[in-house]
Design a protein around this ligand. Structure first.
Ligand code: 5GP
Length: 181
């Protein structure tokens, strides 16, 4: 079933997101000055964030993608992370920055950091548009280097975040309220 757009209430407007993404891009450019950077977007949720963020980064940038699945279309994580698509290029000796849509339990990023570290990059960093610290179970000490917004423990959609594959195209982030049974 296609979820209803009218059930989404705006939490972060498109303008608020764009301003913050520009700030993050400037900060990343300062922090990586003199180096070149590989952004690793986590499909599919990071697509709008990665695409906007990379245009605010002024150091040389390459991009690659990983795809993982943990939610399986539901509103709660299955607790199991599965690698669906691997990187296209080796990252040995590279400065890599994982670009993620949201950190909730921390399970996905804990798994990804382990996966990437095994390939011996020069450094690994994490940029996440959203952080829900209250959801953290796994990797409670997970170090998220760049956070766009810290949000309360609600299920959000838009700007890459989906419900059953829908809503990724919304230019804002909003809270989805399911219909009563
Ligand atoms: P974690 O492994 O940290 O629990 O969750 C990370 C992944 O779960 C995110 O990349 C995202 O796909 C999904 N996720 C977590 N919270 C939300 C949410 O509020 N809304 C949506 N649409 N996905 C979420």
């Amino acid at each position: 079933m296609i979820p209803e757009r009218s059930r989404v209430e705006v939490m972060l407007s498109a303008e608020t997101i764009q301003d913050r993404v520009a700030e993050l891009g400037a900060q990343i450019s300062r922090d990586y000055a003199g180096r070149d950077l590989t952004l690793i977007g986590i499909l599919k949720g990071s697509v709008p964030f990665l695409s906007d963020l990379m245009r605010h980064i002024t150091v040389p940038v390459q991009i690659d993608f990983l795809e993982v699945s943990s939610y399986g279309g539901a509103m709660e994580s299955s607790g199991i992370v599965r690698l669906v698509k691997d990187l296209s290029h080796p990252i040995h000796g590279k400065d890599v920055l994982i670009v993620e849509d949201i950190v909730d339990t921390g399970l996905t990023l804990t798994y990804l950091i382990e996966l990437l570290t095994a390939q011996d990059p020069a450094s690994t960093g994490i940029a996440s548009l959203l952080d829900k610290p209250s959801g953290r179970t796994e990797g409670a000490d997970l170090d998220v280097d760049y956070v766009g917004f810290t949000i309360p423990n609600a299920f959000v959609v838009g700007y890459g975040l989906d419900l059953g594959g829908y809503f990724r195209n919304l230019p804002f982030v909003g809270i989805y309220t399911p219909p009563e049974e």
